[in-house]
Design a protein around this ligand. Structure first.
Ligand code: UGY
Ligand code: MN
Length: 247
């Protein structure tokens, strides 16, 4: 949807951002061909990670050589063939993966229109802790747990919460009217994609109407809160950096 008179819900502030779909602009990313690729969050915004939305055409592909960068990915729609190192798997909508730093990985033979969100960051090793392993999974098979006891706000933790993993990728689903139980303020940074439904996101001192397709960046210590509104559940995919020292 586009708006007359130069209006948009998009807002880029110093410590948070809302990127609505109407203003997204493609850019070419080395390694990705036959796809519309939008970098919605990265260091140029002030973030310490990148969030990239890839919409594949038939015959498109993504090929990344092993580097210091690790990638967590989520297939929102469609499907394709995923390779991480020597591991090969078919991923459909709801499929997710983690490609550790150092591993070659690719997505090939995507169905036309396949939408994949990638979260990428430089891996932060810890002395004495081994490297994280590759993960391929299906979000439909992960049970959503009540968040802080609320069965109307359910969290799916997609990746292992272990010291070798320095990022998390989760899916939060709220019944209409359910909320984050308090205004969170924490050291972890977030990148977020609204997958379904709508609601209001509080970021610092601003309240934003948000809906499926919106992306959000929250810098460390950005006060945050959400309420789901409308008649259908609201759901979002999000990234956070985890399991590393304070100093
Ligand atoms: O994991 C989280 O910090 C989550 N509760 N934050 C959020 O949904 N904004
Ligand atoms: Mn949070």
């Amino acid at each position: 949807m586009s708006f007359p008179y130069g209006q948009t819900r998009t807002r880029v502030a110093a410590r948070h951002a809302l990127i609505a779909p109407d203003g997204q602009v493609k850019s070419s990313v080395p390694g990705i061909t036959g796809a519309a690729t939008v970098i919605v969050i990265n260091a140029a915004m002030g973030a310490r990670f990148a969030q990239v939305l890839v919409t594949f055409e038939a015959g498109g592909r993504a090929d990344f050589a092993g580097s210091e960068v690790e990638t967590a990915g989520y297939f929102e729609t469609g499907g394709g063939t995923l390779r991480i190192g020597l591991e090969k798997a078919k991923c459909d909508a709801g499929g997710f993966f983690f490609a550790p730093a150092g591993a070659d990985w690719s997505i090939t033979a995507p169905q036309a229109g396949t939408r994949v969100t990638l979260f990428q960051k430089k891996y932060q090793p810890i002395a004495g802790v081994g490297a994280p392993r590759a993960i391929v999974g299906d979000a439909a098979k992960v049970k959503g747990q009540p968040f802080l006891g609320d069965p109307d706000a359910r969290l799916k933790v997609l990746l292992p919460d272990r010291p070798e993993f320095d990022l998390a990728m989760n899916i939060f689903t709220y019944r209409p009217g359910a909320t984050l139980p308090f205004v969170e303020t924490h050291v972890m940074e977030h990148g977020l994609l609204m997958l379904a439904g709508q609601g209001v996101y509080r970021l610092e001192e601003s309240w934003y109407p948000v809906a499926a397709g919106d992306a959000i960046w929250m810098a460390p210590f950005c006060p945050q809160w959400f309420v789901a509104m409308g008649k259908t559940p609201a759901s979002y995919l999000y990234y956070k950096d985890v399991n590393r020292a304070a100093l």
